[in-house]
Ligand binder design. Structure first.
Ligand code: 5RP
Length: 321
């Protein structure tokens, strides 16, 4: 019987060994020691070999949302942040049109898409408090109806280190989006390019550690070299412990800066290999200061309070300059 449906009484207590790090003999990155040279070299551009961590700057939101707040003019708002990122997560359209080809940063290229935030929702008619009402059909997630949106030849032309693919586990399009992942893994691994599976959480899905353990592990088992998911207040170290490849966290919606730094800190201390953050950086009042503070927490083990102090000091200096 599937683990998720087995009653607690019937099953052996789970053991995540959260205090025993998984080894990767001869290579710095979790689960990556048996890859070929090219893939190891590309992953060494995404993750800093000194600490095995990364600060990825995510600004691919336009692929389904159009000009997201803070990304209306990527040349004005994102290019100034480029020097402080380890890796740029973006679409091929923005890469070709805006990002200088002279960049030394690793590229995480968006490789799935095909739907938008205004994709038509299948409607369902029902009754609520005696009145006829129309809802989106339960369990029907039009955004999850994605395809792969990039060929491997194009990824090579754009010198991608890693491809990002959205996977909607538990949605109506679960199978299709898992097939997108495995198709990209098959194609990318031929050329030593990595694949990052991105856990996409539909409205019907719970954002808890049970769900993220399931989703991240399925993606790793199906060949993702890196997995991106959200941080959970409860049980996050069990997610990183039972996922055999590196996990990076998404930032999610904009939080006050101290809270965002706390989230980064706890994720890193509980086994994440970095952050792949967008809105909490580019929607900040002082994006460069925030980016530097996030780097401090990720790469220099600053506490959230130290990171926040750094953010405030840099912001004040910038205001005076
Ligand atoms: C879309 C993505 C985004 O790139 C990323 O998650 C958005 O970053 P943030 O949530 O930090 O704004 O993967 O699902």
């Amino acid at each position: 019987m599937a683990d998720i449906t087995t009653s607690a009484a019937d099953r052996k207590e789970k053991e995540y060994f959260t205090d025993v790090p998984q080894t990767s003999p001869g290579f710095f990155l979790k689960g990556s020691h048996q890859y070929d040279w090219g893939l190891k070299n590309r992953l060494s551009k995404v993750f800093n070999p000194k600490d095995g961590r990364t600060v990825m700057l995510a600004f691919d939101h336009g692929y389904f949302q159009g000009p997201t707040t803070g990304l209306e003019r990527v040349d004005q708002t994102i290019l100034p942040l480029e020097p402080y990122a380890d890796c740029l997560m973006l679409t091929r359209g923005i890469q070709r049109s805006i990002v200088p080809a002279s960049t030394q940063k690793a590229i995480a290229l968006r490789a799935s898409g095909g739907t938008s935030m205004v994709s038509p929702m299948e409607e369902w008619e029902g009754e609520f408090e005696g009145k006829k009402v129309r809802f989106g059909r339960p369990g029907f997630e039009p955004l999850s109806n994605e395809s792969t949106a990039l060929s491997i030849e194009e990824a090579i032309r754009l010198n991608a280190s890693i491809l990002a693919v959205q996977v909607f586990i538990g949605s109506a399009y679960e199978r299709q989006t898992l097939k997108n992942l495995t198709d990209l893994v098959d194609g990318a691994s031929r050329y030593g390019i990595g694949v990052m599976g991105v856990v996409a959480v539909g409205r019907a899905m719970a954002r808890n550690s049970q769900y993220f353990r399931l989703a991240t592990r399925i993606m790793a088992e199906l060949g993702a070299n890196v997995v991106k998911c959200y941080y959970t207040e409860e049980g996050f170290e069990s997610i990183t412990s039972c996922c055999p490849v590196p996990i990076v966290i998404a930032g999610g919606k904009k939080l006050p800066e101290l809270e965002a730094l706390q989230m980064c800190y706890h994720a890193i201390q509980q086994g994440a290999n970095g952050v792949d953050m967008g809105r909490n950086i580019f929607q900040s009042d002082a994006p460069i200061s925030m980016m530097k503070a996030v780097r401090g927490v990720v790469h220099e083990n600053l506490t959230p309070e130290q990171g926040f102090q750094m953010y405030q000091d840099l912001k004040a200096d910038a205001a005076q300059a």
